[in-house]
Design a binder for this molecule. Structure first.
Ligand code: FAD
Length: 336
C-alpha cells in the first residue's frame, strides 16, 4: 500500500520534501497561511512585490537547472547588481560577477507553487496543524480539528512549538526540543514602498555591510520582469534586526515612516519620503542565527520524522531550505 506522509508547512522546504516523495507516497501538505511561507509576494494595482525572500541565488549550475526545469517560463531573472553601503550611508559598487537571482514573474511564491504542483501532493492552505501525536506505526496529525493518520511526517516551521507540544514519549524528543529552544532567529521589518515614478540608479539593490545602519537592505522590484509597470517603482526596504530589537512594539506606520525616510536620505531623493502607498510585514522568524546539530536529522528518521527548513540548514537561504526538504523526502521515500 502507498504510505501516507503529512508535511507541515508549504514553504520551500515543505515543497522540496513533497517533490522528493513524489510517487513514493500519498502526500498531504498542511499550510497555516498560503503557499510560499517566507517566499511571499504582494499584489496591488498591477504591481507584484516580493517582501520576504527577495530572490533565489542558486549556488551552482546544477541547482539553477533544477529551478529552471521545475518553474519553467514563469521564472524571472532579476537584472542589476547589489551594491553596498556603510553606517554613514556611503554607497559603493559591490563585488563583480554576481550570480543569477531568480524569482517568479508573478511573485517569488510561484516558485514554491511550481515544486508543489510538480509533486502532485494535496495541499491544504489556511489549515493549521494544532497537534502531532506518535502512534504505534506512525503519526496522527490534528489539523483544524480533523485527524489524519500518517506513516511519516515532515516538520518544517521555523519555531519548534509543534514538536514541543507533541504527544510523543521519547528521549530524542527532549533533545530535539532543547536544541530548537536554543536556536536564535533574527527579526526583520520589511516594507514595500510604491512610487508613481521611476528611480534612476545604476543598481538593483543596496546591502549594508557593516550592519550598523537602520536599513539592512533596499531593492527595486522594477528590476524583476513582470513586477512593476513602466513609470513606477516599488522599493523593498528591510529595516535591520537592531531596529526591530529596539522597537518591539513598533507599528506598521512607524516602520513605513522609518523605511521611507531612510530611503530618501540614502538615495539623496526627497520624493522617496512620501510613497503613495506602502505595505509592511514584521517577520519575527526571518533568518536563523545559528544551526542545530545536523545529527538530529538522522536520528529523527528512526522516528518516521523528517526534519526540514532553514532552521536545519542554519542559514536563511531559500536554496538551502529546499535542499533540506529534498533530503527529508528522499530519505523517507528510501525508508519505505
Ligand atoms: C525579509 C526576508 C528576506 C529574505 N531574503 C532572502 C533572499 O533574498 N534570498 C534567500 O535565499 N532567502 C531569503 N530569506 C530567507 C528565506 O525566505 C528562508 O530561508 C526560506 O524561505 C525558508 O523556507 P522554509 O520552508 O524553511 O520556511 P518557511 O518559508 O517559513 O515555511 C514554513 C511554513 O510553515 C507554515 N507553518 C508554520 N506552523 C504551521 C502549522 N502549525 N501548521 C501548518 N503550517 C505551519 C508557515 O506558515 C510557513 O508557510 C529571507 C527571509 C526574510 C524573512
Amino acid at each position: 500500500m502507498t504510505p501516507k506522509v503529512s508535511i507541515v508547512g508549504a514553504g520551500i522546504a515543505g515543497a522540496g520534501a513533497a517533490h522528493a516523495l513524489d510517487e513514493a507516497a500519498d502526500v498531504t501538505v498542511f499550510e497555516a497561511g498560503t503557499v510560499g511561507g517566507r517566499m511571499v509576494s504582494g499584489h496591488r494595482d498591477g504591481c507584484v512585490y516580493d517582501y520576504g525572500a527577495n530572490y533565489v541565488d542558486p549556488p551552482n549550475d546544477r541547482v539553477e537547472e533544477r529551478f529552471r526545469s521545475i518553474v519553467g517560463k514563469q521564472l524571472a531573472v532579476t537584472t542589476g547588481d547589489v551594491w553596498i553601503f556603510d553606517e554613514s550611508g556611503e554607497i559603493e559598487e559591490g563585488r563583480p560577477n554576481q550570480g543569477v537571482k531568480l524569482t517568479g514573474r508573478d511573485g517569488i511564491d510561484e516558485i514554491v507553487r511550481a515544486f508543489l504542483d510538480a509533486s502532485g501532493a494535496t495541499v491544504q492552505e489556511h489549515t493549521t496543524v494544532d497537534r502531532l501525536a506518535r502512534t504505534a506505526d506512525g503519526w496522527t496529525v490534528v489539523a483544524d480539528g480533523e485527524r489524519l493518520a500518517s506513516d511519516a511526517i515532515v516538520v518544517t516551521p521555523p519555531t519548534g512549538d509543534l514538536l514541543a507540544s507533541a504527544d510523543w514519549e521519547a528521549d530524542f524528543r527532549e533533545t530535539l526540543v532543547a536544541a530548537r529552544q536554543r536556536q536564535s532567529y533574527r527579526t526583520i521589518d520589511s516594507v514595500a514602498l510604491h512610487y508613481p515614478f521611476e528611480i534612476d540608479v545604476p543598481y538593483y539593490a543596496l546591502v549594508n555591510t557593516d550592519k550598523e545602519h537602520a536599513v539592512g537592505w533596499l531593492s527595486r522590484e522594477s528590476c524583476k520582469p513582470g513586477h512593476v509597470p513602466d513609470g513606477e517603482e516599488i522599493l523593498i526596504v528591510q529595516l535591520s534586526p537592531a531596529w526591530a530589537a529596539g522597537r518591539p512594539d513598533a507599528t506598521p506606520t512607524e516602520a513605513a515612516d522609518a523605511a521611507s525616510t531612510h530611503a530618501a536620505t540614502l538615495l539623496g531623493d526627497d520624493r522617496l519620503a512620501e510613497p503613495d502607498w506602502w505595505d509592511h510585514e514584521r517577520f519575527t522568524h526571518a533568518l536563523p542565527g545559528d544551526r542545530v546539530n545536523p545529527a538530529l536529522f538522522e536520528q529523527a528518521l528512526a522516528h518516521d520524522l523528517g526534519l526540514a527548513g532553514d532552521w536545519l540548514a542554519g542559514t536563511g537561504r531559500t536554496h538551502a531550505a529546499l535542499e533540506t526538504g529534498l533530503d527529508a523526502g528522499r530519505r523517507l521515500a528510501g525508508n519505505r
